[in-house]
Design a protein around this ligand. Structure first.
Ligand SMILES: [Zn+2]
Ligand SMILES: [Zn+2]
Length: 194
């Protein structure tokens, strides 16, 4: 992991994300910890086909995970699980090993104690998240993850036409209702109405 320098990775993630923030520090550190735990050394190079991440939040840290791991929605190597938790699972597709990294709730309050002389809460947090030990910041756990064939990177396995709106649905996201093949919005599982 010595090819991956923390400060360099942090600079790059702050550049991609648009600003340096406590979330970038957490995201970079979660990624380094997770990748090491599953034996991935070169996520953007030799190991890029072996890695998939499940992010449980759509927050600043998510961009840092993308920056460090090279995983993205567009490559289908980043899965967004809308749990609202500061947690990420890193999975090695080659070995099946998966480790979930969760930010500890106490990390917030402890960050304030680290640099009491810094008045700005945000700055104190940023600096503390750099200084704190992994064990103070994160809980990690081995987990089992089953990645479905239709969720893997690569060409879509299936593409069907919605019988209501006529739009096409790929990757087996269609729904069967009363014998009709429908897209999720037409099956009333959508985020929009017309
Ligand atoms: Zn941010
Ligand atoms: Zn439809």
């Amino acid at each position: 992991m010595d090819t991956m320098n923390f400060e360099e990775l942090l600079q790059e993630s702050a550049r991609v994300h648009g600003h340096l923030c406590p979330g970038q520090v957490l995201g970079v550190r979660m990624s380094l910890l997770g990748l090491e735990a599953i034996g991935i050394c070169d996520p953007k190079g030799a190991d890029s086909k072996s890695l998939i991440v499940f992010v449980e939040m759509d927050r600043c840290a998510t961009d840092a995970v993308q920056s460090v791991t090279g995983c993205s929605l567009g490559h289908r190597t980043m899965k967004f699980m809308d749990y609202g938790k500061m947690a990420v699972t890193f999975m090695n597709l080659g070995t099946g090993r998966a480790v979930r990294v969760v930010v500890r709730e106490e990390a917030r309050s402890r960050a304030q104690e680290y640099f009491p002389e810094i008045e700005n809460k945000y700055d104190a947090q940023l600096k503390a998240y750099k200084a704190m030990r992994n064990e103070e910041l994160f809980n990690t756990m081995d987990v089992k993850v089953k990645v479905q064939d239709q969720d893997m990177p690569g060409r879509p396995l299936k593409r069907v036409k919605c019988e209501a709106c006529g739009e096409y649905v790929q990757d087996m996201r269609e729904v069967c209702r009363d014998g009709r093949i429908l897209c999720k919005p037409c099956a009333q599982e959508g985020y929009y109405t017309i």
